[in-house]
Design a protein. Structure first.
Lengths: 92, 576
């Protein structure tokens, strides 16, 4: 059962977008749980960006039962991202 | 396209008339403009006002991205001004985007603002927005790790704006920090930079606007007052161009006969008069008297009252027989109360000028002008008001409250008195247990005015000015003046009696002399007659002597002839 939804908002296919996608793949692997991952290109779907109040890209929105978390950037600091997602450092 | 930015039509009106005038049309179309300023300087209001004006003018959509306020907060601000923003918001033509970074946000690695730009596009549907405001963009930029990244993102924004063709306004908080590199970057990038300042003087705030730069456009260079009203911000343009002021030689009655006489006819039309004085010295009474006088002539007048409500003024001046209610009802007089105003000097003058434009008076009373302090902001505000009225040919009467009753306190509003053509000072003179009102004409340009201090007398039937007596350098008023007047009357009576006596004496002397002259004339005539008689007798005697002498001669000739003719000639002897 999916306990977590991850929405990655990127702006086109630039270096930030690619790094963010790569980093997200790694992070999903480290989470070790069933997650739903969706990558949204705000250039193609500006209305979605407006709806989600995306003011910077890349932006990761993590939706779980407990909370909604916003992480801005290419997710290069994986430990910090995992911590923010509520995953204990020991599991990493 | 955006490349035609240098053409005159490449400007978009902001709806702020003064700003559009000083820039020759407004902000650059399809470009980035930055509004920079300290907190409370009016940046957000300027941006909102422009946004709403653009939406109304184009019929399009506007996006307001706030990095500082919530959506309800922004909407409340927009609807609090008289812009009629509600229907536009309801119709979805003004979209507010909450760009505040959430407190729990995690920054992890490099990012850009492409998402924001996409979201702005997404907010408007298919058509590009008419105008976009990024309010407090410095908040977003400070999240970027390096000045290089900040620069990169600003350039991204600029590119985006050029592509969209709409106009973008950034508001930037002026930072006290010296190393606010994004600030200078924003200024570098923007095509038009408007700088707003807010200062406090004497507890009143004042705002100034300056155009720091405007690419490919001429613009007014100086700092202009920015006023904040219920209609938003407005730039008060200071018309510094030399202009022929209307000059009139026409005298207008002050409403007080004796004061007219002291001013040789009254105030000049289009002149300015300062009525200064301590509390209760009848400044309002004198000022409103003038309004009544001009209304009676059938001319329009405006009264601005800072101390009392118009109804209170009407009641108080009715006690000295001044009736303004009738002129107010007839629409000739507008009485505008400003007792509850909290703005600064710029706002006051803006409101007064608004009243002048609405009512179009020929005469203006501001009671009192001393709500404007001696601060530089106040001075420039009063100067603007006086200049505005002069150009319109409006006669101005300003009252000014002087706290102390000292002579040197007349100088406390020296800049106002310098501005004004006439200066009448009202004071109390306390002497002999009485407090009396004194009126002095301190100056009156172009008038041979009276130097005398007059005593102002208020009664049910009106206002008069009595001459005062000066005795050993002390001005006498009230009952002392009465005593002096009475003493004077007795002195006059005595002098009259003495004069009458003297007249009689002289008359008598003259009669005496005339009589003596008559006697002498008679004597003279007698002597002359005597002389005539002597002269006649002398003539008679002379004639007689002459006759006697010729008789003798005749006898002598006869005897000589006898002697010579006897021996040889008988002819001569016979012929005679």
């Amino acid at each position: 059962m999916v306990r977590r939804i991850l929405e990655l908002y990127v702006a086109g296919d630039n270096i930030h977008s690619r790094r963010a996608k790569d980093n997200l793949d790694d992070i999903v692997g480290l989470l070790g749980e069933m997650v739903s991952v969706e990558v949204i290109d705000v250039i193609k779907a500006p209305a979605a960006a407006f709806a989600r109040r995306i003011f910077a890209t890349p932006a990761l929105i993590a939706i779980s039962d407990e909370q909604t978390t916003l992480i801005i950037g290419d997710l290069s600091d994986r430990a910090a991202v995992l911590h923010k997602l509520g995953v204990s450092p020991g599991k990493v | 396209m955006a490349e035609t930015a240098t053409a005159p039509n490449a400007k978009i009106s902001t709806g702020i008339a003064g700003f559009d005038a000083m820039t020759g049309g407004g902000l650059p179309r399809g470009r980035v403009s930055a509004i920079i300023g300290t907190a409370g300087a009016g940046k957000t209001v300027f941006a909102m006002q422009t946004l709403i004006h653009r939406v109304k003018e184009t019929g399009g959509t506007g996006v307001f991205v706030s990095f500082e306020q919530s959506v309800p907060g922004v909407l409340a601000d927009m609807t609090s001004f008289a812009w009629d923003a509600g229907p536009l918001i309801d119709a979805g033509r003004i979209v507010v985007f909450d760009g505040r970074p959430r407190a729990d946000i995690l920054l992890s690695g490099a990012f850009d603002i492409a998402g924001l730009l996409a979201a702005v596009e997404g907010a408007c549907g298919d058509a590009p927005p008419a105008c976009v405001v990024f309010d407090g963009i410095d908040t977003l930029l400070t999240m970027l790790p390096t000045p290089g990244a900040q620069r990169g993102e600003l350039l991204r924004l600029q590119d985006h704006v050029h592509r969209l063709g709409g106009s973008v306004l950034l508001t930037v908080k002026a930072s006290s920090l010296a190393d606010s590199s994004f600030e200078s970057l924003a200024l570098y990038m923007a095509d038009c930079v408007v700088e707003l300042e807010r200062a406090f003087e004497d507890g009143l705030s004042s705002r100034r606007l300056r155009i720091q730069k405007y690419r490919s456009s001429s613009h007014a260079e100086s700092r202009f007052p920015l006023v904040m009203t219920s209609r938003g911000v407005e730039v008060e343009l200071v018309d510094t161009a030399e202009q022929e002021l209307p000059i009139s030689g026409e005298r207008l009655s002050t409403g007080i006969e004796r004061l007219d006489a002291m001013l040789t006819g009254g105030y000049f039309r289009g002149s300015s008069t300062l009525l200064s004085g301590a509390p209760g010295t009848a400044k309002t009474t004198l000022g409103t008297r003038f309004l009544e006088a001009v209304c009676r002539r059938g001319e329009r007048a405006l009264g601005i009252f800072f101390d009392e409500a118009p109804e209170e003024v009407l009641r108080n001046i009715a006690s000295v027989g001044t009736d303004l209610a009738v002129h107010r009802a007839a629409g000739m007089l507008r009485m505008h109360g400003m007792a509850d105003r909290t703005g600064g000097p710029d706002e006051f003058v803006h409101e007064i000028i608004g009243q002048i434009i609405a009512h179009r008076p020929q005469h203006l009373l501001v009671d009192p002008i001393s709500v404007f302090t001696a601060s530089t902001v106040s001075q420039s505000a009063v100067r603007r008001l006086v200049q505005f009225c002069k150009r319109q040919g409006i006669t101005i009467v300003l009252t000014s409250l002087v706290e102390r009753n000292a002579v040197d306190s007349e100088n406390s509003r020296s800049y106002v008195s310098t501005l004004c053509d006439n200066w009448i000072h009202l004071s109390y003179v306390v002497h002999g247990g009485e407090r009396n009102r004194a009126l002095t004409i301190v100056k009156s340009r172009g008038t041979a005015h009276s130097n005398q201090v007059g005593e102002l007398l208020l009664s049910d039937d009106g206002i008069t000015i009595a001459d005062v007596y000066t005795e050993e350098g002390v001005v006498l008023m009230g009952s002392l003046r009465w005593q002096k007047e009475r003493a004077g009357a007795i002195a006059v009576h005595e002098a009259e009696a003495a004069a009458a006596q003297h007249y009689r004496d002289v008359e008598r002397a003259a009669d005496d002399i005339a009589r003596r002259i008559a006697n002498l004339n008679a004597e003279l005539a007698e002597k002359q007659q005597e002389l005539t008689r002597f002269r006649d007798r002398a003539t008679e005697m002379e004639e007689r002597q002459t006759e006697g002498r010729s008789g003798i001669a005749r006898l002598r000739r006869a005897r000589d002839a006898d002697l010579s003719s006897a021996p040889n000639d008988g002819g001569e002897g016979r012929g005679s």
